[in-house]
Design a protein around this ligand. Sequence first.
Ligand SMILES: Cc1ncc(COP(=O)(O)O)c(C=O)c1O
Length: 393
Amino acid sequence: MSNTYSIPFNRSSLTGKELEHISQAMTIGQIAGDQTFSKQSQKLLEQLLGVKKALVTTSCTHALEMCGLLLNLKPEDEVIVPSFTFVSTANAFALRGTRIVFADIRPDTLNLDENRLEQLITSRTKAIVPVHYAGVGCEMDSIMKVAERHGIAVVEDNAHGLFGKYRGRWLGTFGCLATQSFHETKNITCGEGGALLINDAALVERAEIIREKGTDRSRFLRGQVDKYSWVDIGSSYVMSDVLAAFLYAQLEVFQKIQAERRRIWDYYDERLREWASEAGIGCPTVPAHCEQSYHMYYLIMRSLEERQEFISFLKTRGILSVFHYVPLHLSVMGRRFGSRDAKCPVTEEKSDRLVRLPFFNTLSAAQQDLVIKAIRDFIGTLSPSRAKTGVPT
Ligand SMILES: Cc1ncc(COP(=O)(O)O)c(C=O)c1O
């Protein structure tokens, strides 16, 4: 898709020693999983974030599925998931037959609305899955208090939020479990990949087993048992070391990547926020107590029609912008696994109006200028009195 646009929405790039590491993995013959680069990636995540265990996986989707298995979710159980999220946040639990209870979001951060969380809890609720949208932390103080009061597990879907913080604490370190994505659109990537972060030490051993097809192969590889066999249910969630080699190269230079993304985010924000707000268009909200991960920059247009016109307008300039998240509670499967009368009005409204701007590590200031110019021109078409022209400074 990116080939037809002069400014794509996303473009992957080499930032560190990706090719060198891949070549090394191939040369030493470590291309299956759980070898040098997987171990190094996991160790780095554990040391940086201070989690008990990090396990690299084939995707964030699979890490979420592991959570469903680890929490022993059953069809009679319920899991609270925001409707405004990627399908995997819900599907991973629906795979266990579990009922999905859709929560609405806050109108500012677009994160699960903690003020309306408790009313969704029943005696069947087994987990709450906050999604740190755009890498801006959910209100974890309130969410953890509610979860603790009711004895419910918290699984953070931190697909967007690696290296973001909430009140000075890393995202992904609040729940008993958290999941990361290394899909190509993410800050740190290996094409397709993910990680399960485990904060509850009691879950580590079983997580290793579930990840290794339900076998105790990890214990065998550590020399703790002399053979391995089928001891639990599980699947094949192990990341190949070829991908882990790529991933490790990116993790090694995470500060450089984060600094680049911060520059890109700030560049958009400094040049768009005032213009947008004058036209009644919204920009991302990052509360003072949240250090965001600089995963994305989005605008909230005034209506669905305007959003669609905006995407088309940018397309005429060769710029690909995209909408985000069709509300899950309205989807075919959302209605099957959730309640037919789930009410998420904020989700519906924001989902109609949100548009994500091109955002990738190598997006240049010159490319951003073209995007900003196009946006200003579009805003100019909305109301002649507010029209401003000229190349942004
Ligand atoms: C919030 C959220 N959770 C989970 C996922 C799934 O990630 P993956 O593609 O690594 O399975 C995504 C994908 O973008 C996402 O946005």
